[in-house]
Design a protein around this ligand. Sequence first.
Ligand code: ASP
Ligand code: MG
Length: 421
Amino acid sequence: MKVYKFGGASVRSAEGIRNMAAIVKAVSATPLFIVVSAMGKTTNALEEVLAHFMKTDREAALEKLREVEDYHKKIIAELFETPEPALEQIDTLFHELRNYVQEAIGDDYDRCYDHLVSYGELISTRIVSSFLLEAGVGNMFLDMRKLLVTDSNFREANVRMEDSEKRFAQALDFSRCPVYVAQGFIAANSKGDPTTLGREGSDYSAAVVGNLLNAESVTIWKDVPGILNADPRIFPDTVLIPRLTYYDAVELAYSGAQVIHPKTIKPLRNKKIPLYVRPFAAPDEAGSVIGEAAPPIDVPVLILKKNQVLATMRPRDFSFVLEESLSGLFAVLNKHRIKVSLVQSSAVSISVCMDNTRQLSDALDELANDFKVSYNSGLELLTIRGWKKEVIERTTSGRELLLSQQTRRIARFLMKENTDC
Ligand code: ASP
Ligand code: MG
């Protein structure tokens, strides 16, 4: 069997969902597990609903929810010849959402987030499953909150592979039902409380499913031709990299390449399952494949990570940074779930470049107990893998550099964010 994953951008419109169905129909002889994200910008919209709800502005939350509902109903109206079954199903989901927004108590932000935001995926998969049925592709809808077991680390939950494997084995039988449709991004803890795997986590869901079901391959359908050597929205003259190793892919994802979620590779690598990244808009093209072996990448790869902060810490008691304070410092960052992108140390200070997230100020506050902390925000980190002098010149000239690091293969530059683009 194979796993196909369709992201929010692919299923954001009736036309996209039709294209998805055509892609699925083209492999009708293959047993398929289909993972789908929330449609378009639904996750962001539900985050807004949540923000109103947390401020107990229930009216504003309901108003925003109506927008989300209208968006999905419009897609259904355009998509179906017989819209009633799909409408009924999503009516139930919106009814649950409205009840929650009107009656629940918003105490723990992360827990409420997972409860509410997970509906984006439930709604999209109901629509997709119904549409595939109407298009003649028999399939079974699955609720990942009942199948994928995680810990209770809400908003960034860790999958419990063994528990999940048992549930998958019980629920699925490809000889009886060759196509399943399920949500990316969402799961539940062992008590059944909904959890999510982190923003953009559907790729990771697809990889976990691939691992649990020993899939022949996992394919992520994307709105790009495959894995490119740079983001074409930022850099000119990009080229496709047809084959990459798991190692290459982890490095790219870690440096901030948005084409795949960093956690995606490990579950696949462990079972040597190839990962295809293929163009949703041109399903006949091969795209890129990530696997055990690949020729060396012979073009410079450019990755730009935005919204970075550089914090410099000096121990208040003058202890040498590297020996004594390092583990404490990282423990604090880890506790606040801060993702570190780059580290540079000297005898008396350590500089850490990190994603600028909601939890950052709490982390910096806590670090201020032991360190004198100074920081800069509004930064972007450029990583050039396989750098060449002219590429560095082209991409950094005239820019204010706060920090640079260079090895034989990799060059990294931390700069003030470019406000021109
Ligand atoms: N819908 C979720 C998000 O937008 C998960 C995903 O798309 O991968 O973050
Ligand atoms: Mg998404």
